[in-house]
Design a protein around this ligand. Sequence first.
Ligand code: RB5
Length: 151
Amino acid sequence: MTRRIHTVATGSDHAGFEYKQKIIGLLKSKGIAVTDFGASSAESTDYPDYAHEVAGTVAAGKAEVGILVCGTGIGMSIAANRHPGVRAANVESTVAARMAREHNDANVLAIGSRLMTWEKAVEIIEEFLSAEFQGGRHQRRVDKIEDVKKP
Ligand code: RB5
């Protein structure tokens, strides 16, 4: 039985604004509740501000999944991954989107608006939302992600 995602938090900087607005429409058309943390325009802004809001919301259990968009998805994923419990995957293919969920139990998807067409972004988002974590040996590995030992 497929576990349906009901709640998604979204965020972007200026580079991701246009895609992010379209993503909100896409998610709502699927009956998914969206909490959007901005940006609210394509005016130049700083991606960590939005990554921290979305990642904090996911870490607190207030949204099942986060979707972040910047120019590359890189800065967003780096910032989001500073939050314990957040596993943000910067993805450029549908295969990686599926694997991020199935093997890594990724709870944040970070994509780059400058690296993919809108059609590819839709495919990636749909793959990410429909794939399910496989558990088993992957759960053991995911548990070790938070196991940071200081040298
Ligand atoms: C903004 O120009 C750009 O650096 C940002 O959107 C993102 O790609 C950073 O990772």
